[in-house]
Design a protein around this ligand. Structure first.
Ligand code: NAD
Ligand code: UDP
Length: 339
């Protein structure tokens, strides 16, 4: 079975390719490498001893997408490609709407034209916006989303719902990720942020290896267990497995139009808890200081993970210690990322 993976060279895409190849799927990758390196796909091939058919293509290039569908019989698409930096999206919103929203519309138009209407989409817990925890899939979305990035995810979800209303052949799984961290246990693929990381885990690991001086812990006066923000961290390999389960449901024709699932552990860890788990896993001290709250941060959020368990059979298996251990192995083996 041929699966087109958009954004395959990226952090979550590459881990999902490993899972797909290890489970007998053939992978066709589409990526413009705007935030990744083709080396990640070579590493995926090393890990799995299988090959990927690779296309350097931008989702804003309709003819380029069509060519891929003309040259391959695609059975389903897992769509990761998109820009994802929250802060950057506030500065260049048009680029985000064009890349993420228009790119997705282009992809879906080509899919419809070619008769491929099975899609797994990378959404985000950010679509919930408000702070009523735990987040349940039935909550209203799009209410208080704090960034253009988050709004692209919300808009794409709405567009995909419209697609399914217009044509009941569409089978779409919207996967709302919580906080993916960790790396493949081989240490060969992992998260490779460009420049100074914005997210907690890559920042911590770069402090631990001495690339960055110290971590700023944003806020120590939240009403949480220790005053720092709480998030639902999910190992990227668990997350990748969630995509396979969603895909299997689409293939079995069990999915009714559009379905949405939280992919999270269903519990939260504070920033200080993550730091101490990382120190334990790495044997290093993570220099840190308390800093003012970061604008737009919610004190605490985590998933209600029941729906994914009931319909996809998905449950996380890898805990915070393993997430830190695997991140550290990736960081040590690749101090400069894929460079
Ligand atoms: P990533 O940046 O590592 O991967 C995205 C990939 O898409 C990159 O390889 C990039 O080069 C490619 N890409 C971007 N725009 C493209 C375009 N127009 N055409 C072709 N390729 C393009 O990001 P990731 O962390 O792997 O995230 C994957 C998806 O999951 C994204 O859609 C992201 O918004 C979503 N998501 C990520 C997180 C997270 O914390 N990492 C959380 C929630 C949702
Ligand atoms: N965080 C922090 N220092 C950093 C980066 C993040 O204290 O340098 C905190 C942030 O305030 C949030 C948590 O770590 O509470 C996770 O942040 P991240 O950006 O990784 O994910 P988010 O939940 O914001 O999508």
């Amino acid at each position: 079975m041929n699966i087109l993976v958009t954004g395959a060279a990226g952090y979550i895409g590459s881990h999902t390719c490993v899972e797909l190849l290890n489970n007998g799927y053939d992978v066709i990758s589409l990526d413009n490498y705007s935030n990744s390196s083709p080396k990640s796909l070579e590493r995926v091939e090393e890990i799995t001893s299988k090959s990927i058919k690779k296309y350097e293509c931008d989702l804003r290039d309709v003819e380029g997408i069509e060519k891929i569908f003309e040259e391959n019989k695609i059975d389903a698409v897992i769509h990761f490609a998109g820009l994802k930096a929250v802060g950057e999206s506030c500065k260049i919103p048009f680029t985000y709407y064009e890349n993420n929203v228009s790119g997705t519309v282009n992809l879906c138009q080509v899919m419809a034209k070619m008769g491929c209407k099975k899609l797994v989409f990378s959404s985000s817990a950010t679509v919930y916006g408000g702070n009523d925890i735990p987040y349940v899939e039935t909550f209203k979305t799009g209410v208080e989303i704090s960034s253009p990035y988050g709004r692209t995810k919300f808009m794409i979800e709405e567009i995909l719902k419209d697609a399914a209303v217009s044509d009941n052949e569409w089978k779409i799984s919207l996967l709302r990720y919580f906080n993916p961290i960790g790396a493949h246990p081989s240490g060969k693929i992992g998260e490779d942020p460009r420049g100074i990381p914005n997210n907690l885990m890559p920042y911590i690991s770069q402090v631990a290896i001495g690339k960055l001086k110290e971590l700023s812990v944003f806020g120590d006066d939240y009403e949480t267990k220790d005053g720092t923000c709480v998030r639902d961290y999910i190992h990227v390999c668990d997350l990748a497995r969630g995509h396979l389960l969603a895909l299997e449901r689409l293939q079995k024709d069990e999915c009714e139009g559009v379905e949405m699932y939280n992919l999270g552990a269903g519990k939260g860890y504070s920033v200080l808890e993550v730091i101490s788990a990382f120190e334990k896993a790495s044997g290093k001290t993570v220099n840190r200081k308390f800093a003012p709250r970061r604008e737009g941060d919610l004190p605490e959020f985590y998933a209600d993970a029941k729906k994914a368990k009931e319909y996809l059979g998905f449950e996380t298996e890898l805990g915070i210690d393993k997430m830190c251990e695997d991140t550290w192995r990736w960081q040590q083996n690749n101090p400069k990322g894929y460079e």
